[in-house]
Design a protein around this ligand. Sequence first.
Ligand SMILES: Cc1ncc(COP(=O)(O)O)c(C=O)c1O
Length: 440
Amino acid sequence: MIEEVSSEGDSRLGRREFLLGGGLLLLPGSLTRQSAAAPPSLRTWEGVRAQFALAAGHPNFAAWLLASHPLPVRQAIERHRQGLDADAKRYLDENEGPLEEAVRDAAARYLHVQPDDVALTDSTTMGLGLVYGGLRLRPGDELLTSEHDFYATHEALRLRAQRSGAVVKKIRLFRSPDQATVDGILSAIRSALTPRTRVLALTWVHSATGMKLPVREIARLVVEINANRSPNDRVLFCLDSVHGLVVENVSLQELGCDVFVAGCHKWLFGPRGTGIVWASPAAWSRIDATIPTFDGASYGAWLRGEVPPATPPGPRMTPGGFHSFEHRWALAEAFQFHVAVGKERVERRTHALASRLKQGVAGRRNVAVVTPMSQELSAGIVCLRPGNRAPREVVELLWSRHGIVASVTPYATAYLRLGPSIVNSPAEVDRAVAAIAELA
Ligand SMILES: Cc1ncc(COP(=O)(O)O)c(C=O)c1O
C-alpha cells in the first residue's frame, strides 16, 4: 500500500502539532542567522525536508547510518556549544541537572515510559555493552540470540560469556526473509529456550536484510515461558531497537520487551553520539552498572564515605564522566521534533517510501528484493540483491552516475541497502528505482 506519498502536503497534521513545530524553533538568546528567518513548516514533507542541511541534489538513503540533524537540533547544539565555550564551569553549574532531566523526560514522553527508567548513552553499541556486560549471571546460564543479529549484540554477549561462564546460543529464525513467517519465528525461539535461558537478545529490525521481527508476539511468548519461573530465573527479552525507533510508532508497554536499547543518531535524526536504554524496573534490578554514574546522590555518598544509596536505575546506569554535552542535551529537541512532525505520520511516511522503493524494483529481472514486502515484517531498511553486479559496484555507480547515497550491508552476505526516510521525497525514491534498474 502506497499512501500519502503522492502529495507532499499532509492535511492530517493538526494545528496544535503545527504550532508546536514552529514553537520548537523559537529559541532564547543566541539565535543563529538561519533561525531568525521563518522556520520551514512541518505541515508539508517539503518543509520537513527543508529542516535538514543535507547536500542538495543528492538523494540520501542513509538514515540507518549517522544522522543529519534537523534545524531545532542544530540550533540546540549550537546554543549549548556557545554556552560551554563561553564558560563551561558556569554553564554546567546552571544547566547540567535540568538539561539531563529534560532529555530523559523527552525520551520517556516519546516512548510512554517513566523518565527514571531511561539511561543515557552514546550509542546503541554502548547500551548493549552496558546491559549485557552488567547482567547478573551464573556459569552455565544461557544467552540466546540469533544468527541475524548485528556485530554489537554478538560481541557484547561473547565478551560477557567469556567473563561469566555463561553460554551463548545462536539460532536461525528463518531461512531467508522472503520465507519468514511469524509462526516460524516463534517456534524457532520456543524450541531454543531452555530452563537455563536468562536472556533473549534480538534485534527489532535487522540491518542485514531489513527484516522486522514480530516483537509483540515474541514478548507474549516470553511472558508465557516466564510464568512459572522465579524472578531471577526469568528470561529477559532484550532488543537492539535502533532501526525500529521512530520508524515504528509504538509505546514500550505495547511492544513488550524488557530492555530496549537504541542509538538516537540514526532514524531519530538526533545528535550524533547519543543513545538510550530503557528497561522495566524488574529487568533493571538484574543489571549492575559498569561505569560509575555522576548522579549527585552517588557522588554525594562518595564524598561522605558512604555506600551510594539506591538511586533510580536510569541515572544509575547512565555512564558518568564529562560528555559532549552540547550533543547529549540537544537530544530533547530531537524527540520533540518527531512529536511535532507527528509520530504516526513519520511511521506512515517511512513505510510508504520503503514500500514504494520495493514495489518499484520488484519484478525486474536484474534485481531481487531481499526485505519482506509485508509491512508487518519490514520497516525502513530496504535490501536488494543485484543480478549482474556486486552490491559494492552498484553503490559506487549510484553515487558516481546518479549522485545517490546508498550502501552495502556490513555482513558476511552483502546486499545493496537503502533506507528511505523523512528526508526523502517520492521523486527521490523513483529516481533511485530507475537508477537501480539501470545498474543492477
Ligand atoms: C542493528 C544495529 N545495531 C547497532 C548498530 C550500531 O549503532 P550505534 O552506532 O548506535 O552503536 C548498527 C549499525 O550501525 C546496527 O545495524
